[in-house]
Design a binder for this molecule. Structure first.
Ligand code: RTP
Ligand code: MG
Length: 166
């Protein structure tokens, strides 16, 4: 193996170790949450406005991507809801067109983000919240937010590798 190839591999290994270290530190501090901008909000052209509100509320974007979920991925992500009557509808909706997935960082990220997005049903969502402004209905409610530190980490890992977080 040439010296330059060996050097390249060493740098690659170092970068991977550093990314893993940063991911573990964020998880240990418990200051991350995971969000998705849901299909209808992306299709309506509200991605920029929603990200603007998120950053404006003091969340730092750790990772971000646009992805069209497969039925398998959406079913797995929402498996906790598999016994609920709206599960089939929810899975079909989440893979109808692309979503934006993101990891967000802030002190008290999970709870503060739930406050920023508002109640599940937009008719109950407080004024100024993302759902009050952008949700179409209870089912098509513009954004997802993790409901605990544990789930934030599971959901972040589901969508992003350590090297995709900055
Ligand atoms: P999310 O997980 O998306 O942040 O929403 P959430 O915690 O506020 O609400 P959750 O109970 O976890 O429900 C997950 C998503 O399922 C859809 N839903 N549809 N048709 C219905 O009765 C109904 N109820 C819930 C919504 O998209 C909700 O966000
Ligand atoms: Mg939920």
């Amino acid at each position: 193996m040439s010296i330059s190839k060996l050097e390249g591999e060493m740098i690659d290994h170092e970068n991977k170790m550093m990314a893993q270290f940063k991911k573990e530190r964020q998880e240990k501090i418990g200051n991350i949450t995971f969000t998705m901008i849901k299909p209808e909000a992306v299709a309506a052209g509200n991605t920029g406005a929603i990200l603007n509100k998120i950053e404006g509320a003091g969340f730092r974007i750790v990772a971000l991507k646009k992805v069209h979920l497969s039925k398998e991925k959406a079913s797995e992500f929402y498996a906790v809801h598999s016994e609920r009557p709206f599960y089939g509808e929810l899975v079909d909706y989440m893979c109808e067109s692309p979503i934006i997935a993101a990891i967000l960082e802030k002190d008290n990220a999970v709870l503060d983000f739930r406050t920023l997005i508002g109640a599940t049903n937009p008719s109950d969502a407080a004024q100024g919240t993302i759902r009050a402004e952008f949700a179409e209905s209870l089912a098509k409610n513009a954004v997802h937010g993790s409901d605990s530190d544990e789930n934030a980490n599971i959901e972040a890992d589901f969508h992003f590798s350590a090297e995709e977080r900055f």
